[in-house]
Design a protein around this ligand. Structure first.
Ligand SMILES: *[C@@H]1O[C@H](CO)[C@@H](O)[C@H](O)[C@H]1NC(C)=O
Ligand SMILES: *[C@@H]1O[C@H](CO)[C@@H](O)[C@H](O)[C@H]1NC(C)=O
Ligand SMILES: *[C@@H]1O[C@H](CO)[C@@H](O)[C@H](O)[C@H]1NC(C)=O
Ligand SMILES: *[C@@H]1O[C@H](CO)[C@@H](O)[C@H](O)[C@H]1NC(C)=O
Ligand SMILES: *[C@@H]1O[C@H](CO)[C@@H](O)[C@H](O)[C@H]1NC(C)=O
Length: 437
């Protein structure tokens, strides 16, 4: 099937490289005019106050390893600060020239390319929001890496001389998205920062979010498009399945993710299986469902109180007559539905199992007695224009998925939408000013 084989290439394009390829953002086949500011400064020419990268005021978001290297999609950091300057010195494990987004207090994203060994002054007199006053107090700084395959290493953080960093309280809610390219933001303009996963995290407001997603990866623990392991294994680790990770520590030696040192997610959204379903990877339905079941049981073990949303799969998109729809007939539809039924059955709930590399019966005291796995049916959300030629959601498609999911979360769990600004999809503002044409 054409759509499916295209999806294949999507995975390969990113994974076959063994070096950093600088490419340009192509917008409908044309070079997008971008204005990424050169934020490199000569550190010695500025008088700044420097904090070490392990300063307790800095809240790391997503997965970072013990060397302060970022992994997966849209990892970042945030903190409050005083004054009108924020700088970051990046360490040598930073992908050269990697694009980061950063912003003040949830305003629109600014973008800049950063490199290891350099100091970048990200907040200065001209940064939008630098003059924000009450009720914004303190002003906050947020930074996110845009691309899943690249990363940054933090060396130190700077503020103006005599100024300080301020620790922000943890958000009152926390979500995690587990997925593949469709969650990582592949083929959207600003990748992770244009993904539906980001839109859900930012759109809920008052919510910390982590996107454990990587293009091409399967649920099943096998090589898929060059990803050496599947999510049923890799989710328990700090780093992703990139060649960057393999170069950093070999494929067999990643740092386990220390769940005990990070607050548990309240809600986990799982969208994985499109690569399993692809005939190239040859994952059978029982093997896929076994892996997906263990991912849910893994989440249950690590985050005992979390609710879980399993999204039905998209398997490429195609036009049939006047219909633009996701190919869903082969998407392990019945198997996924049956798995969710199983999780919510009295029989399972009275005898639940958790998984952390091995399956274990959950002790009586930790037993959950209410259903906790929910299906989010993606059928009917993405239509013409929502699907980019590379068979992934377009920017608008990503916004649609995020919006539907936000409403689903609100209606299902009673989470109010508390954001009042930060769900910004950069450069999606277009409108008409001409009333009479
Ligand atoms: C900045 O990053 C973008 C996105 O990866 C890339 O297209 C561009 O070439 C980079 N620019 C520089 C100067 O590194
Ligand atoms: C950015 O500015 C720094 C310092 O002014 C300069 O050394 C560097 O060449 C510039 N980088 C680019 C990509 O223009
Ligand atoms: C930060 O790291 C330094 C050097 O490893 C260590 O001495 C210090 O105790 C650490 N600080 C915190 C707050 O963990
Ligand atoms: C796919 O899996 C089946 C069953 O395990 C096996 O017989 C077949 O050879 C595999 N095909 C490929 C292309 O690996
Ligand atoms: C999702 O909804 C479509 C349309 O109603 C239905 O055909 C499909 O079976 C549903 N998927 C699942 C996994 O229940």
């Amino acid at each position: 099937m054409l759509s499916v084989s295209r999806l294949v290439l999507a995975g390969l394009a990113v994974l076959s490289g063994s070096g950093f390829v600088k490419s340009t953002i192509l917008q409908n086949g044309q070079v997008r005019i971008t204005d990424f500011k050169n934020t490199t400064v000569d550190r010695t020419s500025l008088s700044l106050k420097t904090y070490p990268r392990n300063a307790t005021e800095i809240s790391y978001q997503g997965r970072w390893d013990s060397n302060f290297v970022s992994w997966w999609s849209a990892p970042g950091l945030k903190f409050g600060y005083t004054g009108s300057q924020v700088g970051i010195t990046f360490g040598p494990s930073t992908s050269p020239g990697v694009l980061i987004g950063y912003r003040i207090s949830g305003l629109d994203w600014q973008f800049t390319n950063v490199t290891g060994g350099q100091t970048h002054l990200l907040v200065g007199p001209e940064t939008p929001g630098v003059d924000l006053t009450a009720p914004v107090s303190p002003t906050t700084f947020e930074m996110r890496v845009t691309n899943w395959a690249y990363g940054v290493q933090i060396e130190s953080v700077h503020v103006g001389d005599g100024q300080k960093l301020i620790k922000l309280p943890d958000a009152s809610r926390r979500i995690e998205v587990i997925g593949d390219s469709l969650a990582a933001g592949m083929y959207t303009s600003y990748e992770g920062l244009s993904s539906w996963a980001y839109g859900v995290g930012a759109g809920l407001g008052n919510t910390d979010y982590s996107i454990t997603a990587y293009p091409g990866i399967c649920a099943a623990d096998q090589d898929c498009w060059g990803n050496p392991r599947g999510q049923v294994h890799q989710w328990f680790y700090t780093s992703d399945t990139s060649w960057r990770a393999a170069e950093a520590h070999g494929t067999d030696n990643p740092e386990p993710w220390d769940f005990s040192k990070h607050p548990a997610a309240d809600l986990v959204i799982i969208n994985i299986g499109t690569n399993d379903q692809n005939s190239h990877n040859n994952v059978s339905a029982p093997v896929y469902i076994d892996a997906l079941t263990k991912i849910v049981q893994g989440v249950h073990g690590k985050y005992p109180n979390a609710q879980v949303i399993v999204m039905s799969l998209w398997l490429g998109f195609s036009q049939t007559g006047n219909t633009y729809a996701s190919v869903s007939s082969k998407g392990f539809v019945n198997e996924v539905r049956d798995m969710i039924k199983m999780f919510n059955s009295d029989e399972y709930l009275s005898n639940p199992v958790v998984y952390d590399g091995a399956s274990k019966k959950l002790s009586q005291t930790n037993k959950k007695t209410r259903p906790f796995v929910h299906l989010f049916n993606t059928t009917g959300i993405l239509q013409h224009n929502d699907i980019a030629p590379q068979w992934h959601p377009s920017d608008v498609g990503a916004i649609k998925v995020a919006s539907h999911l936000l409403q689903f979360i609100k209606l299902t769990f009673g989470w109010e939408l508390e954001a009042t600004g930060p769900e910004v999809f950069h450069e999606t503002l277009y409108w008409n000013d001409e009333p009479n044409y």
